[in-house]
Design a protein around this ligand. Structure first.
Ligand code: SF4
Ligand code: SF4
Length: 160
């Protein structure tokens, strides 16, 4: 299985530092400007997300969030309200190569790029430092296989 967004919202929570609304074209159409690449993209709020977009309360808690990012606390799900027309940089973004879940199926860590672990979990960090960091295998497929074996043995589920 390839990359599949888990809608945790981590990546969009600070992307207001990158994406700003340059122009409101009316009727839920906007020009969004990327302050790093200078790219401009015309985006439209998805038809089923108008109410979600109009709720601005997220910016009290996450003042640096992308202007199109919204979070629904009751479901703990994060949404891009312009998902269908989001900028290319967002369409191309994949935040994991291997996804690590605990025994309840909750996402607990992810492996990005070739070998970087992102996690807040102390036990997983220890397993990683003690058993995975020392692996010197250079072939990524073989390395992945060994990492999946070790993490599975430690009680995790790994999605690739
Ligand atoms: S791309 Fe990754 S970090 Fe961003 S919302 Fe999806 S799972 Fe979370
Ligand atoms: S446009 Fe959508 S996917 Fe891109 S940063 Fe904003 S909320 Fe996230």
């Amino acid at each position: 299985m390839g990359f599949e967004c888990q809608q945790c919202g981590e990546c969009c929570s600070h992307l207001g530092l990158v994406h700003i609304i340059r122009k409101d074209l009316g009727n839920f159409h906007f020009i969004v400007y990327n302050q790093y690449t200078s790219d401009e993209t015309e985006v439209t709020v998805d038809p089923d997300k108008h109410d979600l977009f109009l709720d601005q309360s997220i910016f009290t808690k996450l003042p640096e969030a992308c202007p199109f990012f919204r979070h629904v606390p009751s479901s703990e799900m994060a949404y891009c309200t312009v998902h269908l027309t989001r900028p290319e940089i967002c369409q191309d973004f994949s935040c994991w190569r291997l996804l690590i879940l605990n025994h309840t199926g909750r996402r607990i860590g992810r492996v990005m790029f070739r070998r970087s672990l992102v996690t807040d979990d102390a036990f997983l960090t220890r397993v990683w430092e003690e058993c995975i960091d020392p692996i010197t295998e250079t072939d990524v497929t073989v390395w992945d296989k060994e990492v999946v074996r070790i993490l599975t043995q430690a009680g995790y589920l790994v999605r690739q």
